[in-house]
Design a protein around this ligand. Structure first.
Ligand SMILES: Cc1ncc(COP(=O)(O)O)c(C=O)c1O
Length: 425
């Protein structure tokens, strides 16, 4: 029988339940010493700055913006291709998001487009290291320096990646990281700000500290949902649960997966669960997870290498580009193929679940009204497929994915070159 492989796979510590039980036994699910310990260990690992935990990565970003004290209506430049929540929170913070196009080869902010987007009202730029690949930081930092802009790195996808040998998140004035279930470090939600200037860091810490403690029930609920996600993405369970729905949908060109995404909407007032502190049990999981981070990164990279070797010579296929001065952590393995929708449909019928766009072309979202404009780089980047290479896959599973994707692409290429026979009457 066919065993299907899910597009999603969380990084999970084998002793997760033990860590949770230990916090519960001590009465330290919500408050406890692990929060400070995780923040300090995180900052030490990155090598510079002060780390401050938050309920979400997006809230770490929000506190950084608030702590900068920019005049209302100041412009903040973000990449046209990013998760819609980030520019929306800039708007909620009283600022004006402005989008600059991305380079479709790296999916990251194009420095020339950034330069064109700068106006006298620009105060900050948010280089998002998308999908696990660091941005062209030299160019961006020197431009920011010339125009006196604050730099806030979005490292939600990129914990563990380096630019010229130095960890991302340590180049800008501040950075933020996400610990959502599928991110490089999974604590079932949560985030971290990393801030360089001690005064700015204190203001971010004050904002985070002013939030109420989360409800214990909510934290336990979050851990329970994480556990269910883990169970439902296991091949054996996925094959008999979500996979049949995706399989049937593939014959009708339907997209049931869009119902899994966070609905795009204004975020003011901030949803209730945003405004709370990060919990001790999540910090305990993060602290333990840091010890496994390098191993997870290496596994993911090895999977990406195998995918590169299997797909690189196929006509019309463009494997991920990694400039020589950066390291990629392959939060998503994005590849251009000649016919994306055909590949996705044919792969799901062979038991391989492939995701298309994981983030948003923000310049086409009505939510951002006048900030919308043409962004050909982001539009092109939106045509990629994201092939699973996550750390939880075994080597034979990665080989199976790579070979099935290759065989679908090879057959599609053969179909496209076969000349239709002339009819003789
Ligand atoms: C590029 C990017 N930035 C920021 C975030 C926000 O992270 P969080 O969900 O922890 O708020 C995400 C979340 O997926 C993201 O993809």
């Amino acid at each position: 029988m066919l065993t299907a492989i899910s597009r999603y796979g969380a990084r999970v510590l084998p002793n997760t339940q033990q860590i949770i039980a230990e916090c519960q036994r001590r009465g330290e699910l919500v408050r406890g010493p692990k929060i400070k310990e995780f923040e300090e260990t995180f900052a030490r690992r990155l090598g510079r700055g002060r780390a401050i935990s938050a309920s979400f990565g997006r809230m770490a970003f929000y506190y950084i913006l608030k702590a900068l004290g920019l005049p209302p209506g100041s412009e903040v430049i973000l990449p046209a291709l990013t998760f819609w929540v980030v520019p929306e929170l800039a708007r909620v913070a009283g600022l004006k998001p402005v989008f600059a196009d991305v380079d479709p080869a790296t999916f990251n902010l194009d420095p020339e487009a950034l330069e064109r987007a700068i106006t006298p009202k620009t105060r900050a730029v948010v280089p998002t290291h998308l999908f696990g690949l660091p941005c062209d930081l030299d160019e961006i930092l020197s431009m920011a320096h010339r125009h006196s802009l604050f730099v806030i790195e979005d490292c939600a996808h990129t914990l563990g990646a380096t630019y010229r040998g130095r960890p991302v998140g340590t180049f800008g004035d501040a950075a933020f990281f996400s610990f959502q279930t599928l991110k490089p470090l999974n604590t079932y939600g949560g985030g971290m700000a990393l801030v360089q200037d001690s005064g700015l860091a204190q203001r971010v810490a004050d904002l985070a500290a002013a939030e109420p403690w989360p409800d214990e029930k909510r934290i336990l609920g979050r851990l329970r949902v994480g556990r269910l996600q883990r169970i439902f993405t296991r091949p054996g369970v996925f094959t008999v649960s979500a996979f049949p729905i995706l399989w049937i949908a593939s014959w009708f060109k339907a997209r049931p997966d869009v119902y899994l995404w966070e609905s795009i909407r204004p975020l003011s007032p901030l949803p209730e669960e945003y405004a709370e502190k990060y919990s001790n049990v999540q910090a305990a999981l993060g602290l333990a997870g840091l010890d496994s981070l390098d191993q997870w990164t290496e596994l993911t990279r090895a999977h990406a290498r195998l995918m590169n070797e299997t797909l690189r010579d196929l006509p019309g296929v463009r494997i991920p580009e990694v400039p020589p001065d950066r390291s990629h952590v392959y939060y998503q393995y994005c590849v251009y193929v000649p016919d994306r929708d055909d590949l996705v449909r044919r792969c799901i019928r062979k038991g391989i679940d492939i995701e298309t766009l994981h983030v948003d072309v923000c310049t086409r979202l009505p939510l951002f009204g006048e900030a919308c404009h043409e962004s050909p780089g982001a539009e092109m980047a939106a045509t990629v497929v994201q092939v699973p290479v996550y750390a939880g896959l075994s080597d034979p599973q990665v080989a199976q994915i790579a070979n099935r994707v290759r065989s679908v692409l090879t057959r599609a290429a053969q179909r496209s070159i076969s000349v239709p026979r002339a009819s003789h009457q």
